[in-house]
Design a protein around this ligand. Structure first.
Ligand code: C2E
Ligand code: CA
Ligand code: CA
Ligand code: CA
Length: 275
């Protein structure tokens, strides 16, 4: 028997589906991952196209499972959201990222992903305030990345939380832009400073004229709204050249650098390598 989210019990057939069994085992392991010190934060550089300089890093969590090796956050973050662990994991990542970044050059920013669940139920303002205080990081160097799915629901509540966060002096970025169902209204209704254009658009800009037109329009719109644009998932020089030609400000992707642990040869605490 397994408690579902409503706290009711559902009974599985004696011969449990193997993938279901695996998922349950993984959930059990995930509950202990924090205590067992199995989570790590990797950092991926974000570069300014005009100067080629790395101006910041995105913190991306990794789970080093003792048996299964590295498990992707695309798998365990949704799981953590479902079983009520995301608030603890998110706070741990935020604190780690802020204290790491406090040791870097004070022109370098740190972007941290905030889950929908954390935003709605996780006392995010208090958590951010605590992480800034204990790390001593200047608030202006912290960028919180929120996905469009975080903004669905009660607009008044969300706006209140985002406004509170803005009062600390942190930046807000709208992540995976273009993939939600109401992207433009989010720009109108919420106080974002930056937009990250989803990789799915960047993937096609060299082959699909419509895709390029959309990305170009996003960059122009954000320029008018005084918001910076970051293209995510940039993998080729051809993509970078095209993004430069349409005036995109920042790029992130394997072409610039992969996510890496803090002490990697060209990691965040080493002299910065330009793009
Ligand atoms: P995201 O926020 O869209 O992060 C970008 C993802 O794209 C990362 O995957 C990154 O490694 C990958 N990526 C970057 N450049 C390239 C590229 O050029 N090519 C390709 N193929 N991939 C690229 P990752 O690290 O596996 O994270 C997946 C997602 O998990 C993230 O997507 C984010 O939504 C979530 N996530 C990661 N860390 C955290 C965290 O600390 N908290 C929360 N709430 N979510 C997180
Ligand atoms: Ca992100
Ligand atoms: Ca993203
Ligand atoms: Ca994405």
């Amino acid at each position: 028997a397994k408690a579902n989210r409503q706290g009711m019990y559902c009974f599985y057939e004696p011969k449990m589906d193997q993938s279901e069994e695996m998922r349950l085992a993984m959930e059990l392991d995930l509950r202990q991952a924090l205590a067992k010190d199995q989570l790590e934060v990797f950092y991926q550089p974000i570069a300014e196209i005009s100067s080629g300089k790395t101006i910041g890093y995105e913190a991306l969590v990794r789970w080093l499972h003792p048996v299964r090796g590295y498990i992707s956050p695309a798998i365990f973050i949704p799981m953590a959201e479902e079983i009520g662990l995301i608030t603890a994991i998110g706070e741990w990542v935020l604190r780690r990222a802020c204290s790491d970044a406090a040791n870097w050059s004070d022109t370098v920013s740190i972007s941290v992903n905030v889950s929908t669940v954390q935003l709605k139920y996780g006392h995010i303002a208090r958590t951010v305030e605590g992480a800034l205080e204990s790390s001593g990081l200047a608030p202006s160097r912290l960028i919180l990345e929120l996905t469009e799915s975080a903004l669905v629901g009660d607009n008044a509540d969300t706006l209140k939380i985002l406004t509170e966060l803005k009062r600390f002096g942190v930046c807000l970025a709208l992540d995976d832009f273009g993939t939600g169902y109401s992207s433009l209204s989010y720009l109108r209704n919420f106080p974002f400073d930056k937009v990250k254009i989803d990789k799915s658009f960047i993937d096609e800009i060299n082959d699909n004229p419509d895709c390029l037109a959309i990305v170009e329009a996003i960059v122009r719109l954000c320029g008018i709204l005084k918001m910076g644009t970051t293209a995510e998932g940039v993998e080729t020089q051809a993509q970078l050249d095209l993004l430069a030609s349409i005036g995109c400000e920042l790029v992130q992707g394997y072409l610039i650098g992969r996510p890496m642990p803090l002490n990697a040869p060209s990691g965040p605490d080493r002299p910065h390598v330009s793009a």
